[in-house]
Design a protein around this ligand. Structure first.
Ligand code: FA5
Length: 345
């Protein structure tokens, strides 16, 4: 039938311009839906005679088959076109650098605290905690530093009120622990932050940290202190590192010593980091003063003890070759990354 041929030719030309699935769905609806062109041609059957129905029915069925064939052939092509388009759009450019997901890493400051704790735990010490905001009573008075004592000038700090302050050294923990233990033997360390009105330079910071150590028992002597600190230095630094004891003064120890380690940068020759001395001071120590024992409930006739206060950043600087203490507090991620490379590898 001529009309059916026209319908097919028209469909073919429409399909030639189809490039998407949506367009094809529209054409399918136009031709093959319930109210579409093919259905309306089929519904004409009921108006025909039996004889006419034979030829018309055959032709209209052939038309339907041809329409379905043309549309499904086009569907295969359109699927290919759409897939091609998606591949192009979703193409991954592997030449681009990946988006980095920054994972938090440990500051060398905390790594060194862990190492110090491990060394002392290995020697039988317990790890204690003490308050950063403390009372004048514990920070100074119970340590033989009464009000107006000149030693307070070296440890000026921030006062919250007349009696409350940011502790200037972890030695305050000595008094807290002695009061708590009430006359029993003590063997503790306590790491923590401390604050002082110090001018910041390569080896000084107004905020820094110390590890306090305190051992009280019968027959504790200066030789025990020396052996303990030498063992600590050997475990913490290389065998080549040298240790120097200098006699010193602290109101809460008698005798008192200051301990220096040979400079990591110049190995004792003298440089700007060690202020040309070849040494970096890392800790103060001594035998607990009898007045301190007495004030905190220990009989100095029976008990003796030693104490030390190690500067944590100074130890970390020596251990890792860090040239400026201020790097610990500048929040530079690159600095922290330097100490976590092995973890990433
Ligand atoms: C004291 O603070 C005493 N409490 C230590 C002590 C404890 C002595 C027990 C006797 C018995 P000193 O002020 O020297 O002492 O400080 C001890 C260590 O803390 C120093 O050797 C140094 O390593 C560190 N330190 C002191 N001031 C600073 C600072 N401003 N910045 C960085 N580290 C510091």
């Amino acid at each position: 039938m001529e009309k059916f041929k026209e319908i097919l030719t028209e469909l073919e030309s429409k399909l030639n311009n189809v490039n998407s699935l949506n367009e094809l769905v529209e054409i399918r609806n136009e031709y093959l839906s319930k109210k579409g062109i093919v259905s309306s041609l089929m519904s004409k059957m009921k108006e025909l005679t039996v004889e006419e129905k034979k030829t018309y029915g055959k032709e209209v069925n052939e038309l339907k088959t041809s329409v379905e064939k043309l549309i499904s052939e086009k569907q295969i092509k359109v699927n290919e076109i759409e897939q091609e388009k998606r591949f192009k759009e979703e193409k991954i450019d592997i030449s681009l650098p990946p988006i980095s997901h920054h994972v938090g890493k440990e500051n060398p400051f905390y790594k060194i605290i862990d190492e110090i704790e491990e060394i002392f735990i290995g020697m039988g010490y317990k790890v204690e905690k003490g308050p950063e905001v403390d009372k004048d009573h514990f920070v100074f008075e119970l340590l033989n530093i009464p009000k107006d004592h000149p030693a307070r000038d070296m440890q000026d700090t921030l006062y919250i009120d007349n009696e409350t302050l940011l502790r200037s050294h972890t030695s305050a923990v000595q008094a807290h622990v002695m009061q708590k233990e009430g006359g029993k033997p003590i063997k503790i360390i306590c790491p923590g932050k401390t604050y002082r009105r110090d001018d910041d330079d390569m080896t000084h910071s107004h905020q820094f940290a110390q590890v306090e150590g305190l051992v009280i028992d019968k027959n504790i002597n200066l030789g025990n202190l020396k052996a303990t600190l030498e063992l600590f230095a050997k475990k913490m630094f290389s065998k080549d590192s040298k240790i120097r004891f200098r006699s010193s003064y602290f109101p809460f120890t008698e005798p008192s010593v200051e301990v220096d380690v040979s400079c990591f940068n110049c190995h004792g020759k003298g440089c700007n980091i060690c202020k040309n001395s070849g040494w970096i001071e890392i800790l103060g120590a001594g035998m607990v003063h009898p007045n301190v024992l007495k004030m905190n409930g220990y009989n100095p006739e029976v008990y003796s003890g030693f104490a030390f206060g190690i500067g944590i950043e100074r130890v970390a600087m020596l251990r890792y070759g860090i040239d400026d203490i201020r790097r610990f507090y500048q929040n530079d991620i690159r600095f922290i990354d330097e100490f976590n490379k092995k973890v990433e590898d």
